[in-house]
Structures are given as C-alpha cells and as structure tokens.
Design a protein around this ligand. Structure first.
Ligand SMILES: Nc1nc2c(ncn2[C@@H]2O[C@H](COP(=O)(O)OP(=O)(O)OP(=O)(O)O)[C@@H](O)[C@H]2O)c(=O)[nH]1
Ligand SMILES: [Mg+2]
Length: 264
C-alpha cells in the first residue's frame, strides 16, 4: 500500500467509525472491542478497565456510542467499546450484527473476547469466529473464581498454544488478572506480541471453493477486510453481509461475486 492509499484508508476508517458507530478516537488512541457471550462479565471488565459504571443490562440500540470508555496504560491511550453479548457473530440477530459489523468494519486495533471459564467449550465458538475475521484477538477467560469453586482447572499454556492468541485469566468482579489483561492489551497494541490465530479448516469442497473466490475478493476488498472471511460469508449466501460491505465501504453493489459463489 502506498502512502496515498494509506491516507485514504485511514480517512475511510475514521469516517466509518464516526458515522456508523459514533466513535471519534484521537490519533494515538487504540480502539479495543470487548466481545463475548451474554452475561460473561464484559461490562464488569469494561468498568474495571475504564473506571466507568457502564449499565450492565441489554444493549440499547443500533449504535455503540454509549458503550465507550477510555483509559491510559503506560502512557498509551485506549478507547474501549463494550459490545452487546452474542453467542455468535453470524448476524442472525441485531446484537450479532452490531458486534460483527464493529469487529469487521470498525477495525478495532484489538478485540478482547471474554469467555466464561465454567463453560469454555460453548464460549470458544465465538472466539474462533472472531479469530476468522482478525488476528488481533485476546482471549480473556473470566469468572475464574466460579471455575475454582467447581474444581474446573484450565491449562492456559496449552490453550494459548492451541488458539495461537494471548489468553488471560480473570475474575473481573474481584479485580483479579486485570493487570495482566492491561499489559497484554498494551503488548498487542504496540505490535510487541504477534498472534497466529488458529483458523478453522472446512471440508475439502468448501476449501476449494474459497480458493476459487479469493483472487476476485482480494481485488475487491483490498486491505479492508479479511478475504477468506468474505469468501466464507459469500459461500454462506449471507446477503446481509454483502449489503453491509456496500454500506460501510462504499462499494457499488457487486452481485457478480455472489453469483460466482452461488455457482460453486
Ligand atoms: N463471580 C463472578 N461474577 C462476575 C465476574 N465478572 C462478572 N461477574 C458478574 O456476572 C454478572 C454479569 O456481568 P456483566 O458484566 O453484566 O456481564 P456482560 O457480559 O456484560 O452481560 P451482557 O452485557 O448482558 O451480555 C454480574 O452479576 C457480574 O457482577 C467474575 O469474575 N466472577
Ligand atoms: Mg454488558
């Protein structure tokens, strides 16, 4: 990408954040999304990091501007966005669409996926989905105090190795693990800690179809979206996603790609 393209990309990104999500980060500020299943402690983590008292009820509408807070760590300013709780980000509900669109088109510098330590298996589904969109993921395993009460033990180093992203244990209500979370966020945000997120491998026919679509998608979405993720959504026949691409990235409707995907 040359510097004109980079400037254009930044301007488009700034406009998307402002116009679609009501967020206007200052130039040095790192934007961090907080995602997770309902009731896993996202807002508790949000409040602990920002010192705010975010309402811990349902997401109030289609914007995220009332769920943002700031904090500074090691002189680095962060803007944290508390996303609505979702089991998935395949956009079957308004909440899923908000979370998916923010992670995809808001392009946060990093996304913390908060998981419930007492039901990891179910919660990991969302983490794997987010890891398909972006490599900048931190997995925060919360409710560790509850897990301890139930004699659940988690091998964090194995999990971190398997997932390929940083994994942090917290009991946010007690303030446990939050310093490690801040430090990990900092390391990821300054690029000192690189991730290599595990990617789900689908059946050979789907993988072949993805490979067939990638060249055209790469041309279309450029650096703006993860082409593999777009290919998977097209193969899924996700029309709402194509509409989101056109809405956020100002593309002319391009149904040809979808026709191509449908023919595969
Ligand atoms: N025991 C324990 N309770 C916690 C912890 N973190 C959060 N909670 C409690 O879990 C409940 C849900 O926390 P929230 O922070 O509202 O969860 P959320 O993920 O924001 O929920 P939604 O926004 O509704 O999806 C609250 O009663 C919190 O006090 C923790 O680490 N340990
Ligand atoms: Mg909440």
């Amino acid at each position: 990408m040359d510097c004109c393209q980079e400037t254009h990309r930044r301007e488009t990104h700034g406009r998307v954040l402002r116009e679609h999500f009501g967020i206007a980060p200052e130039s040095e500020q790192c934007v961090i999304a907080l995602a997770g299943n309902p009731n896993v402690g996202k807002s508790t983590v949000f409040n602990a990091l920002t010192g705010l008292h975010q309402h811990t009820g349902n997401w109030p509408g289609k914007t995220v501007d009332n769920a943002q807070g700031t904090f500074t760590y090691r002189q680095k300013p962060f803007l944290l966005v508390d996303l609505p709780g979702t089991y998935s980000i395949l956009a079957h509900t308004v909440e899923e669409q908000i979370a998916r669109d923010f992670i995809c088109f808001g392009e946060p510098n990093a996304t913390i996926v908060v998981l419930d330590a007492t039901c990891l298996e179910r919660n990991l589904n969302l983490a794997l989905q987010v890891m398909e969109i972006t490599p900048n993921v931190i997995v925060c395993i919360n409710l560790m105090d509850e897990a301890r009460k139930k004699d659940i033990t988690i091998n964090f180093s194995v999990l971190e190795k398997e997932l390929g992203v940083p994994v942090v244990a917290t009991a946010a209500r007690k303030g446990e693990g939050l310093n490690t979370l801040r430090e990990t966020l900092y390391q990821v945000s300054i690029g000192a800690r690189k991730s290599n997120p595990r990617q789900l491998v689908y059946s050979p026919s789907i993988e072949e179809a993805v490979q067939g679509l990638l060249p055209n998608i790469q041309r279309l979405v450029d650096h703006k979206l993860n082409p593999r993720w777009v290919a998977l959504r097209l193969l899924d026949g996700d029309k709402a996603f194509i509409e989101s691409i056109n809405r956020y990235l100002d593309f002319q409707p391009n149904w040809k790609l979808q026709e191509e995907a449908a023919a595969l």
